[in-house]
Write a protein that binds this ligand. Sequence first.
Ligand SMILES: *Cc1c(COP(=O)(O)O)cnc(C)c1O
Length: 443
Amino acid sequence: MKNIDVSQLTVQFPLVRSLIALEPLTWFNPKATSLAVGLPYVGLDQRDVADASARLARFAPYLCEAFPETRVTQGILESEVAAIPAIQGALNERYGVEVSGRLLLKKDSHLPISGSIKARGGIYEVLAHAEQLAIKAGLLRTEDDYSKLFSDEFRQFFGQYSIAVGSTGNLGMSIGIMSAKLGFTVTVHMSADAREWKKRKLREHGVIVVEYAEDYGVAVEQGRKEAERDPNCFFIDDENSRTLFLGYSVAGERVKQQFDEMGIKVDTEHPLFVYLPCGVGGGPGGVAFGLKLAFGDNVHCFFAEPTHSPCMLLGVHTGLHDQIAVQDLGIDNLTAADGLAVGRASGFVGRAMERLLDGFFTLSDQEMYDLLGLLAREEQIKLEPSALAGMPGPWRVTADRAWQLAQGWDEAAMTQATHLVWATGGGMVPAAEMEKYLATAKI
Ligand SMILES: *Cc1c(COP(=O)(O)O)cnc(C)c1O
């Protein structure tokens, strides 16, 4: 890692001063460009997403057996898109800015199995690994009915192998539960900020939970080291995995299909804005990639981060990507937003996606709690704090007329826009825990 000269950096990038001051801010990305220009930098394309989508379809019969709650969607893990008009009114008042388009919530918070966006990438990577092992051993062909994996024979087979991952909580939940169900020995290396109830739930599923007094970066490093010692252990690398990224990306075509069913138009006259909470970057990066492939230049993606953990904004803004951490600036990386407490962004995602993202913004923990309380009050939808990070997005974008005009949208055009806030988690938060969240909201 480079040595960071902070004073020089603030001269070159004045915005870094505002990051250090923990000011909530919005940054529109000058590197944003068309899909045609930006796509080659990703190094993945439509065929890779189609491949992931087909793999998930092959596993659907297995998931129906292993997790009966997924039968309602035939073993496809997908979440609803919900209109949230009441909070739109409440936030127009709170922010003193009128968002005139349509406001929607993507409820990944209520995805089956693990109740967060990690049920996309995390579960997908475990399935991809299991498939590869079983095919190599001659036990499975892609034409087979994968429900046969739900058997003692396969559990014994997978039991010879192990899986490890480092996590702040939700990734561990997805990978832990899925791996244990297949029969793998699975170890989750949990950072200090991980919630007790998540560790307890994992242990109930037979997952080995190793706890650290340090943050996510340390938990990942330790997990990687331990896994390296065991040739039968597969380490799931949240910071660099293309597989994880592709698992998330399938969301793009799914949203397009949901919009078609709902009669929601997306074209040059009807832009789509999507607001995604960002931790290390794989989840929002993969989803944004899939959305770009599905909607082309008519979708505009924004990443949201806590003021105490603005790692992706910092990496992309300075072009230093994973060569800089928020801690290098004296920012503490302490936030109540599970999944977003990441000090150093994925270099892979930053470099792959920096030309395909329209902007970034930060918000305080208290703002997330207030929005959590407002959403519960106005819409009776309960989320975890991190899942609210995207919520101010439509107001941040609407407040900046100059940026809209530069994109070619006047006020009338903005009334035709759809704003999709990606709710990334919270569906499995225990009631007592949720009461504490709600009590923290000052509304
Ligand atoms: C993990 C997570 C995110 C962000 O995903 P990354 O891949 O870490 O960027 C956002 N919200 C929640 C609830 C998460 O668990």
